[in-house]
Design a protein around this ligand. Sequence first.
Ligand code: GZL
Length: 299
Amino acid sequence: DGDGDTGAKGGDGDLIKVGFSQLGAESGWRTANTESVKASLTKENGIDLTFSDAQQKQENQIKALRDFIDQGVDVIAFSPVVETGWDEVLQEIKDAEIPVVLVDRTVDTTVEDPYVTWIGADFHSEGVKAGEWVKENYPDAKIFEMQGTLGSGAQVDREAGFDETVGADKIIGKASGNFTRAEGKAAMEAALQAYPDMNLLFAHNDDMGLGAIEAIENAGKVPGKDIVIVTVDGVRDGLQALVDKKFNFVVECNPVFGDQIVDAIKKVHAGDDVPKETIVVDKTFDQSITQDEVDARLY
Ligand code: GZL
């Protein structure tokens, strides 16, 4: 190429400046996702990453996104803590002509074409998989549903998939544990009082299920037996609970897709075609899982 470029790595000028707004560090899933993002969005991979953690507060994410606009980044990537409330900032990003790669969670906005591509899991399908296992194995269960962060795509779609599969009449109560262990434990303590005949918990993530185990044991009941527990994520602590027979079924939601994010960023920056969405593949786990399999898990 005529600019005398020897092809050697130029200075930072050759790197793609990326602003990444992560929603928080609320769960094992999220910290594994952040590790994957930071391991992939590196200078070696051609990325100059500015990373921000919003501690699960939408106003912090909106501020970070505005900072990225001011910094003139080349690409913005973010995982929106909830689906709505982004119209103004997404329009500002669009006006600044900065392409958006949406990661993990989904948005519901009036802005035309707000992002170039979305990479994440099929939350509705995860809810259906959990519901199918419950319908198959515990058709007459009295179910308590522990919701994730209210208004997040993961909560809305897992709930829809699960409820339509098991039948809303099987669900005797719902409460949010905001995807965290502490809030899951607190919500379960209240639920055990309010719904003493509950015999199955569907928790929208492992961390809330792990918090619920503490509440169940403190109430003198046996998790996995008196109260069957079904969760989503498949982080190591969740799979350990499965081996320990305290969880009964776990639907995976794989957080390790930093490589796919880098690939999308490079294509978007180059103006290459990218699919509107890329679904991260999930599988399921039951109590047949072995300790060796759990120990081998990366996250
Ligand atoms: C799912 C992700 C969810 C996880 C939770 O892709 O958005 O958020 O299931 C995390 O553990 O808090």
